[in-house]
Write a protein that binds this ligand. Sequence first.
Ligand code: BDR
Ligand code: CA
Length: 358
Amino acid sequence: MRLLTFFLAGCLAWAQGVSPSRSTPAPEYPRRVILDTDPGIDDAMAVLLALQSPELSIEAITVVAGNVPVELGAANALKLVELAGRTDVIVAAGAAGPLQRKLHTAEVIHGENGMGGVELPAPGRRLDHRHAVQVIRDLVEANPGQVTLVPVGPLTNIALAFLQYPELAAKTREIILMGGSAGAGNATPAAEANIFQDAEAAKVVFESGVPILMVDLTACAQARLTQKHLAGLRQSTTPVAKFVAAIAEPYLAFAEKFGNNGAAIHDALAVGMAIDPSLASTLTPVHVEVETKGEFTYGATVVNRQLTVERSEWRGDRFVLVDFPRIQPNAAYPAVVEGERFVRLFLERITREPAARK
Ligand code: BDR
Ligand code: CA
């Protein structure tokens, strides 16, 4: 399996070498979205925001191991679609661990059940019989150029889809991912958690040629849910709002232990950017490389904002710098976000009455 993965990665790299990266197409609403997630508290917020937003047509929710093991994450996703009354949405389980490394989970942040200890009723329906990678493939194949992938966990499922089906990247409209950092990391000083979880997968995705919006930690830090917001949310009596208020409590408490004012609701911001790209007041095109070898920097997203690289030539006894060729961006990141406007949008959607959803 590993050998096959390397072979497929090699084919993909070759294919990319001959095809320049595409530009991001303007969105058409409702946007067809596959939400790939590892629920997870902020994932649960992202799922509910997505399901309650008419700008998005959620074609499937695919689950990956990350914050919790994949079986638990998949059960959580099923419970969330039922909570939102959206049992029409496909839910499929995917990769149980990273492409090459051991799984890291984060129950200390998200709770043993991934939902901050808040229990939802057992789901009344089953997972789709297909693996998440197959679901991604089937939906993208059936709607070439139409489907936006919104991964908000480790990128294992997306990488596997591109590795197993090398033609799929060219048919994928766009990727809006929560992950990476143009500044410091959170899992390590250098790496953001979703990329750190599976940097080999992230490398495949960033090299896929699909236009990527990287909703990174610096963007997410501008979109914080605070105690003030939470107090407002507690006034709402809809089941979705009550659930989000309950899971937000331990999530904020964890972030506040580190002196933060409230907590960044990372994954929900990625969905917010799919709903309304104008939430980013500045979008910076960049070239991102994913570090997979570094002793201290594994999982770092190395962000080239200048879009040039140094080129040197060998002159017998040394390399001499000769010029600075331009390189193509493979991503953009929202350097400046209207964070408070996003949180208002989030709260408005989460507190919506079921009848007002469509
Ligand atoms: C990311 O890591 C996870 O714990 C969150 O769900 C989010 O996707 C933030 O770094
Ligand atoms: Ca997540």
